[in-house]
Design a protein around this ligand. Structure first.
Ligand SMILES: Nc1nc2c(c(=O)[nH]1)N[C@H]1C(S)=C(S)[C@@H](COP(=O)(O)O)O[C@H]1N2
Ligand SMILES: [Mo]
Length: 258
């Protein structure tokens, strides 16, 4: 682990893991009285989501040691996006690439890889479980998604983060690009990161370069590779097939908790 990984404070504005924990203990009154939390969790339904998530078993996914890392981590699904824009960025080492963050946020932003690398980083060695029945252990380094939320400030109506990816899933057809979504509670979980490194090297194209999501308590298909844009929304019914993700639209569960 990196030195600065230890205390994953959820930001300058004071929303820390400890604060989230005390919300559970302290109950609704404390939330209602806390204007920082109110901005994100402004409604009773969001608070109940928070409580459900944090009470649903172990809060952190297991982390492993260097010795456990799988020798050749399988690349699955798309391993080289069939998209001209993406290929141009890849040819250029993603030097001109920027992550777009927009939707229901107070301050939409665009972040280069250098910008993301300058933010707080987290490193974690975790097991990736694909719904197909295989698992690999890998080491990931990236920026906690909570850091991005701190910067863009989701509005009270925002409930989900939607990850728009570069890769078309059917014959280069841009209407079939991979996408995924998680709720804001999962978004601020300390192990939810946007990874730009894998096993101490720059994230390879096969594994989602330049940036891929890690959501360590859920199955592999939630972990969007080739993330180009994060959109904050109130609901995802108008996106893609309306079920919150490419595989969800084919019938997989939206909540893929392990
Ligand atoms: N953009 C995008 N993200 C994706 C996929 C994909 O095809 N495209 N496949 C998903 C599935 S099913 C799995 S198991 C993992 C595979 O990640 P890996 O290639 O690093 O093993 O990525 C997930 N994220
Ligand atoms: Mo998967």
């Amino acid at each position: 682990m990196d030195g600065d990984d230890e205390a994953v404070a959820l930001g300058r504005r004071g929303l820390t893991i400890a604060a989230l924990g005390s919300l559970l203990v302290g109950g609704c009154d404390r939330v209602a009285g806390n204007p920082t939390v109110q901005g994100w969790l402004g409604s009773a339904s969001r608070l109940s989501l928070l409580i459900q998530h944090w009470l649903a078993g172990d809060a952190l996914a297991r982390e492993y040691s260097e010795a456990d890392i799988t020798g050749s981590f399988k690349g699955n699904g798309t391993v080289d996006p069939d998209d001209d824009d993406y290929q141009a960025h890849a040819a250029n080492g993603f030097a001109e690439w920027k992550l777009q963050v927009d939707g229901l946020v107070a301050r939409p932003g665009q972040y280069s890889l250098a910008d993301l690398r300058a933010m707080k980083a987290r490193t974690q060695i975790t097991r990736h479980d694909c719904v197909e029945g295989w698992s690999c252990i890998g080491k990931w380094k990236g920026v906690p998604l909570a850091e991005i939320l701190e910067r863009v400030e989701p509005k009270a109506a925002a409930r989900f983060a939607v990850f728009h990816c570069a890769d078309p899933m059917e014959n280069g057809n841009p209407a079939t690009k991979y996408y995924e979504s998680i709720d804001l509670i999962e978004a601020v979980h300390p192990q939810t990161i946007l990874a730009y490194e894998m096993n101490d090297a720059v994230l390879p194209v096969a594994h989602g370069a330049p940036l891929r999501l890690r959501v360590e308590r859920q199955l592999g298909y939630k972990m969007a590779k080739y993330v180009m844009r994060i959109e904050f929304v109130e609901d995802f019914r108008s996106i893609g097939g309306g079920r919150g993700g490419y595989w969800e639209d084919q019938g997989y569960a939206w909540y893929a908790g392990i």
